[in-house]
Design a protein around this ligand. Structure first.
Ligand code: MN3
Length: 219
């Protein structure tokens, strides 16, 4: 099979008490796996099963029309969840340092203001979707051109990704931080209390991994 479920970089119980082991196991082995299975079914036997998932969803316009819906939903789901696991850590929390910390402070005014803006994006996403911190260098940032460092907080519906671009996802950029606000991400422990889940999320953000992603995008 072309797309496969990535291993988590930690145990299912590693994020407790903020996210419980049962939620993590179901989220990973059932929800994420289901996106992969449906994505694989959609692209079976095509050239699109051979490219990496970020490239696939960034080039969704090249996918045949009749498969675009499946790639958008399930390819987006695979990409978003693969990303999400990496920016969480049982040893996370606190505040970003170095270049990423400086960029956040200079863009948003302070770390607290950034947190507020991101939290609002996550709260105000009606129904299912994601909140993101992205580096957005605009639509014409050619490879090799001087890469910008424009940080933005955005949100997407369903499994749309900023990588899909403005026309599809309503926003664009390379994600540094993402928060899954589908109820499947928090319902067992938090039920309808999305604010409590978002507050817990800040305790497990892996700023070190984000700084690494930021360095790759902006250097
Ligand atoms: Mn999810």
């Amino acid at each position: 099979m072309p797309f496969t479920l990535p291993k988590l970089p930690y145990d299912y119980n590693a994020l407790e008490p903020h996210i419980d082991a049962r939620t993590m196991e179901i989220h990973h082995t059932k929800h994420h796996q289901a996106y992969i299975d449906k994505l694989n079914a959609a692209v079976a036997g095509t050239e699109f099963e051979k490219i990496n998932i970020e490239e696939l969803i960034a080039n969704i316009a090249k996918v045949p029309k009749e498969k675009q819906g499946a790639v958008r939903n399930h390819g987006g789901g695979h990409s978003n969840h693969s990303f999400f696991w990496t920016i969480l850590s049982g040893k996370g929390g606190g505040e970003p340092e170095n270049d990423l910390g400086t960029a956040i402070t200079s863009t948003f005014g302070s770390f607290t203001k950034f947190k507020e803006e991101f939290t609002n994006a996550a709260m105000n996403r009606f129904g299912s979707g994601w909140a993101w911190l992205v580096v957005d260098n605009g639509p014409h940032s050619a490879p090799g051109a001087s890469r910008g460092r424009t940080l933005k907080v955005v949100s997407t519906a369903n499994q749309d990704s900023p990588l899909m671009g403005k026309e599809i996802a309503g926003c664009s950029g390379t994600p540094l931080l993402g928060l899954d606000v589908w109820e499947h991400a928090y319902y067992l422990k938090y039920q309808n209390k999305r604010p409590d889940y978002i507050a817990a999320f800040w305790q497990i953000v892996n700023w070190g991994e984000m700084a690494h992603k930021y360095e790759k995008v902006s250097s």
